[in-house]
Design a protein around this ligand. Structure first.
Ligand code: PAF
Length: 286
């Protein structure tokens, strides 16, 4: 695996490649990231993994400062894989933001930037879209792999590729990797205490219970209310939002909706903000 820090070195490596797979990350690699890399290796001839803790997508300076930066351990972990990625691209902040991090961010997230995750993290999606767009221009991948856990990010990245990259990058959605207790893997889980770890699976359990109710014909609004109660009955969990959207357009759905739906949840568990989601089909009701 080659470790590269600048765009010019990266281009020198990639200019003759025609089937490049890309996995963007912020490091602190866990098994979920490794699953993304394996998927990229199945889809492409050359795989580039990036590690960059992007300052503009953090709303809180403290959160940015506290974000785990474990480059040496991450490199070791990647080097120990049976099949290592071909390139680790770890640019500096100056490489990504030559005009400073105060420069205008583009493209914009629009209305979707201020709902769900955007409510508690204003500006987050602009920072994310800016950096993903920068990486797409630097890496010029044919395929890029993103985790399904960050549903709103994935939706916005697909829209970015459609609007700004003429659908020339295939976005592959990697299923969320879960622990035995079905907790979605996240770099943030390392901040949970043992009681937080025991409480956190309530998010997934509540969503699955709501899905079952909906499949039995219960109105989505009633099923969501029941899931909300289940989460709120867990003393360590403070629910931020629980919602059902149309997976095609990310718009909240009404009770008469039929089609592919996505249930989204965000909650602070034991002081750590966690998100998760599930996708399922809602049949037309007679
Ligand atoms: O999902 C992440 O880790 C980040 O948002 C990403 C896509 C690497 C952009 O910084």
């Amino acid at each position: 695996m080659k470790v590269i820090h600048t765009v010019s070195e990266l281009r020198a490596e990639l200019d003759s490649e025609t089937n490049v797979g890309f996995v963007p990350t912020m490091g602190a690699l866990h098994d979920g990231h490794l699953a993304l890399i394996e998927l990229a290796q199945r889809e492409a001839d050359v795989v580039v993994v990036s590690i960059f803790v992007n300052p503009t997508q953090f709303t809180d300076d403290q959160d940015f400062a506290k974000y785990p930066r474990t480059l040496a351990a991450d490199i070791e972990r990647l080097e120990s894989l049976t099949k290592t990625p071909d390139i680790l691209f770890a640019p500096s902040v100056d490489e990504v933001y030559p005009d400073g991090i105060g420069q205008p961010l583009a493209p914009r997230a629009g209305a979707l930037g201020s709902v769900f995750e955007g409510v508690s993290r204003p500006g987050h999606f602009e920072g994310m879209l800016h950096v993903v767009s920068w990486f797409f221009q630097a890496v010029r991948p044919q395929v890029a792999v993103f985790g399904a856990k960050d549903a709103q990010q994935l939706f916005l990245v697909k829209r970015l590729v459609h609007r700004e990259f003429s659908d020339q990058i295939r976005i592959v959605e990697a299923e969320t990797v879960r622990s035995q207790s079905m907790l979605a893997l996240s770099s943030r889980n390392s901040r949970l205490s043992p009681s937080g770890l025991a409480a956190a699976p309530v998010l997934f359990e509540a969503m699955v219970n709501a899905e079952e109710l909906i499949t039995e014909g219960i109105a989505p609004s009633i099923a969501l209310e029941s899931a909300r109660k289940q989460i709120e009955s867990q003393p360590l969990a403070k629910l931020d939002y629980l919602a059902l959207v149309n997976k095609e357009n990310f718009a909240p759905i009404a009770d008469d909706f039929s089609g592919l739906a996505q249930m989204l949840v965000a909650a602070v568990v034991d002081g750590v903000r966690l998100i998760d989601n599930i996708s399922f089909y809602i049949q037309e009701q007679e």
